[in-house]
Design a protein around this ligand. Structure first.
Ligand code: NI
Length: 226
C-alpha cells in the first residue's frame, strides 16, 4: 500500500519550513538510525531536540489532522513528531527497513511504526537522483513528488533513497501507528471509504449509503485499537 497525499502543505507553508530549516543545525543522520540502517544511511538531519524543528513538526501534524485523505488512509493512533533530513550531492540511504518501535525523545511514548511517511520539501527540478524506492509485493516503486506532497507506505517495506547527483533534496519523515494494525484491513477500509465518498458525490445520500457508511464504521469498531 502506497498512497500519495497531494498538497499536504501549501507553497507558503513549504517556504516557511524551508526558511526555518535553512537556519538550523544539521548533523549526521545516523543519530536516529538502528545498527543496520546506520551502515546504510548517508545524509544530514536536524536533531530531534531543536525547538524550531519541533515547531515545524507541529505545522505538519496540524495539516495531517485536517487532511481527509490522510485521515482515511492512515487511521492514525499516534504520529511520531516529524523529523527533517537533507541529501546533498553524493548522499544516499541504502536499502533498509525502518525500526519497528520508536521512542519519542524525552518521553515514555512509544510509537509502533506501521506506516512510514515522507513529505517532500524540495521540488523535483531542484535535484537529480534522490528517488525514494519502495519494494512491496507488487514490485518496486520510485517516488519523487512536488514540494508539499506526502507519500505514505507500509513500514514493513524495504526501501532506499538513491544518490543525489545534483542539488539538494529536503524532506520531513515520520511514522504512524495506525488504529488498524493489519495492513490488508487498513487498505480495505480506505477503499471502502473512498468508494462511499465517491458514490455520495455522484448520487447524493440514500438508504443504501447509510447502510454502507454504517458498515464502514462497524468494521472500524471491530478492528480498531483506539
Ligand atoms: Ni527508512
Amino acid at each position: 500500500m502506497m498512497i500519495r497525499i497531494p498538497n499536504l502543505l501549501s507553497p507558503e507553508q513549504v517556504a516557511h519550513v524551508r526558511g526555518v530549516l535553512a537556519g538550523t543545525d544539521w548533523v549526521d543522520g545516523k543519530v536516529t538510525a538502528g545498527a543496520q540502517s546506520a551502515q546504510a544511511k548517508h545524509n544530514l538531519q536536524v536533531p530531534e531536540s531543536v525547538p524550531a524543528a519541533r515547531a515545524l513538526g507541529e505545522i505538519i501534524l496540524t495539516a495531517l489532522g485536517q487532511n481527509e485523505r490522510f485521515t482515511s488512509a492512515a487511521l492514525a493512533k499516534r504520529v511520531f513528531p516529524p523529523l527533517f533530513n537533507r541529501y546533498d550531492a553524493g548522499m544516499s540511504f541504502d536499502t533498509h527497513i525502518d525500526n519497528s518501535i520508536r521512542f519519542v525523545k524525552g518521553t515514555n511514548i512509544r510509537v509502533r511504526t506501521d506506516i512510514s511517511a515522507t513529505l517532500f520539501l524540495t521540488d523535483p527540478e531542484e535535484y537529480d537522483g534522490g528517488e525514494l524506492v519502495v519494494e512491496d509485493t507488487f514490485g518496486t516503486h520510485e517516488v519523487k513528488l512536488p514540494a508539499g506532497d506526502l507519500v505514505i507506505y507500509s513500514a514493513t517495506s524495504r526501501h532506499n533513497v538513491t544518490p543525489v547527483t545534483r542539488g539538494s533534496r529536503w524532506a520531513s519523515f515520520f511514522w504512524i501507528q495506525s488504529m488498524i494494525r493489519d495492513e490488508a484491513a487498513r487498505a480495505m477500509l480506505f477503499d471502502l471509504d473512498e468508494a462511499i465518498q465517491s458514490l455520495r458525490g455522484k448520487l447524493g445520500d440514500s438508504d443504501e449509503l447509510v447502510t454502507l457508511t454504517g458498515l464502514y464504521h462497524n468494521l472500524v469498531r471491530r478492528w480498531a485499537e483506539a
